[in-house]
Design a binder for this molecule. Structure first.
Ligand SMILES: Cc1cc2nc3c(=O)[nH]c(=O)nc-3n(C[C@H](O)[C@H](O)[C@H](O)COP(=O)(O)OP(=O)(O)OC[C@H]3O[C@@H](n4cnc5c(N)ncnc54)[C@H](O)[C@@H]3O)c2cc1C
Ligand code: SF4
Ligand code: SF4
Length: 492
């Protein structure tokens, strides 16, 4: 699998306002309707003025949020498009400049010709027709490219986009758009998982996570401010912000748990299959030879060099001398990164890692009682955590672990937790199956069904699992009067 494979670019929702949902209807009205009633083409005059004004103040905001062609590409044509990588020729500045000169040259020549009819009855029809043709061309070229390459191919050399960009440059040079120029901004580079999701969903195929400036902003003028990357960032660290706000965001961010982040090189020491689609990978650290991590933290595992891309995995096994660490990975159907790991990693391979990271699942050892809630592969951080809590003297008085899966064959580390519970009265293990076979004797239902009858006063709760489980659990905990400051979650 490589970056050109269809799975690299993801088709996700790009519609974040109601206008974008319907504005594609303007395209046939002007491009087709204008052929029969040419004055419709004159609607492009206010549209062009809006593009220039918005371009000056907000860069290519029009393209990502208001453009009818953009709505056609993102709403109507995306589901039909192969969504391939846009070839370098289409994204090149040479094409953009040459196409702009040719297109605007033709347009100006036609307008000059029509202007000779000024004052006649046919003037507005002829002028409208010039504009209509100028709208029909992008519709035909853009739709063809969308259906055979990528929905936003056209936007790389659209002359209107180029005009918008020129006005944006003017806004930057004069400094008049400093307050209104809201760019994609990361709250803190340290919190980025380098998962590349922002690049995989970006309609313009930019790579925000690799392009952020020292000011934590994306300065790429081709960014259409569509916010698709923001909506899809699993770390929730992206937003649109002007330079001043970007600074405030960075100052206000809590970097606790992320300060120790560093590059590491490890060697795959062992690969242990746990179930058909879950493997435990142990890395022996080469550089540095030791890492100072805490149970509950995660690391990033490099899956691709170009573009550099990582996946986050909780540390599932601590090694006392800190010269090794293990992660336990579930292979997802059509999963890009887990597919590369399962298909590519072999014992003896050198792997680049980053970390340790994360604070949500570092348990407060002074808490009297803790409830741990795991869903599916979300059990991984609790493997070293429970042992660590049990081995730490004068730590938590009681630990309860609710571990939910859909089917009993999905359990991993089940014997390990059963053994710990048998040896330590202060540890209660509650394996729970949502859709069990008849022979299953233990808890049935979802993790929330188990905790409904529990008395949770004085507990601190730590959970890890799919988002729906985390959200449902938070709801139940609220009904039981738990203060949300005592609830910590990470979605796996
Ligand atoms: C802090 C943290 C800790 C984590 N710990 C663990 C852990 O211990 N173990 C573990 O296994 N995972 C863990 N994860 C999840 C892990 O980081 C990856 O997200 C996971 O391995 C999936 O990555 P992927 O590249 O294989 O899937 P992706 O390619 O990113 O796909 C994600 C999902 O989208 C679906 N998808 C793929 N292509 C498309 C498409 N074209 N359209 C729509 N949907 C599509 C896939 O089927 C998959 O379900 C953790 C995540 C975080 C943030
Ligand atoms: S999507 Fe991933 S790579 Fe992009 S900013 Fe968010 S965490 Fe970083
Ligand atoms: S970087 Fe983000 S906001 Fe800019 S075009 Fe790509 S997805 Fe849209």
């Amino acid at each position: 699998m490589n970056k050109n494979s269809p799975a690299f670019y993801l088709k996700t929702n790009r519609i974040f306002n109601n206008f974008k949902k319907i504005s594609w209807t303007i395209v046939p009205v002007i491009a087709i309707g204008g052929l029969f009633y040419p004055k419709l083409g004159l609607l492009l005059i206010p549209i062009m003025l809006t593009i220039m004004t918005l371009g000056f103040f907000k860069g290519k905001y029009w393209c990502g949020n208001l453009c009818p062609h953009g709505s056609l590409f993102d709403f109507i044509l995306l589901p039909l498009s192969p969504n391939r990588r846009i070839p370098g020729l289409i994204t090149s500045t040479t094409l953009k400049v040459l196409f702009f000169l040719w297109y605007m040259g033709m347009f100006t020549w036609r307008v000059v010709k029509v202007s000779q009819l000024w004052g006649t009855l046919t003037f507005y029809d002829k002028l409208g027709f010039v504009f209509t043709m100028n709208y029909l061309v992008p519709t035909i070229i853009g739709t063809t490219l969308a259906l055979f390459v990528n929905p936003r191919s056209w936007c790389n050399f659209c002359p209107m986009g180029t005009i918008e960009q020129l006005f944006y440059k003017l806004g930057k040079v004069t400094g008049l758009n400093r307050k209104t120029d809201e760019k994609v901004t990361t709250a803190a580079l340290e919190l980025c998982h380098k998962c590349g999701k922002c690049a995989r969903v970006c309609p313009m195929q930019l790579k925000p996570y690799l392009e952020f400036s020292q000011d934590n902003q994306l300065d790429n003028e081709n960014c259409i401010r569509c916010t698709t990357c923001i909506a899809n960032c699993p770390a929730g660290i992206l937003s649109l912000a002007n330079a001043e706000r970007a600074q405030q965001l960075n100052q206000g961010v809590n970097k606790l748990g992320y300060e120790g982040r560093r590059r590491m090189v490890g060697i795959v020491e062992s690969i242990k299959p746990l179930t058909g689609d879950v493997n435990e990978y142990t890395f022996k650290l080469l550089q540095p030879e030791k890492a100072n991590y805490t149970a509950g933290q995660f690391i990033l595992v490099k899956i691709l060099d170009d573009p550099e891309m990582f996946r986050a995995y909780s540390i599932s096994s601590s090694h006392k001398d800190r010269t090794r660490l293990s992660v336990t990975i579930k292979k997802l159907k059509d999963g890009f990164g887990s597919g590369l790991i399962f298909g590519g990693f072999k014992v003896g391979d050198k792997v680049e890692l980053e970390g340790p990271l994360g604070r949500e699942l570092i348990v407060d050892k002074n808490a009297p009682k803790v409830l741990l809630v795991a869903g599916g592969i979300g059990i991984t951080p609790f493997v070293p955590m429970v042992r660590d809590l049990l081995e730490t003297r004068n730590s938590v008085e009681h630990i309860t672990l609710i571990y939910g899966v859909n089917k009993e064959e999905e359990f991993i580390y089940d014997d390990y937790f059963k053994t710990l519970a048998a040896c330590h009265p202060k540890f209660t293990y509650l394996p729970t199956v949502a859709f069990p076979g008849e022979s299953w004797k233990d808890h049935r239902g979802f993790v929330t069904d188990v905790m409904k009858d529990m008395e949770l006063k004085g507990y601190k709760v730590y959970m890890c699992g799919p988002k729906p489980m985390v959200n449902a659990t938070i709801k139940v905990l609220k009904t039981k009067g738990l203060d949300e400051r005592n609830v910590f979650a990470e979605s796996a």
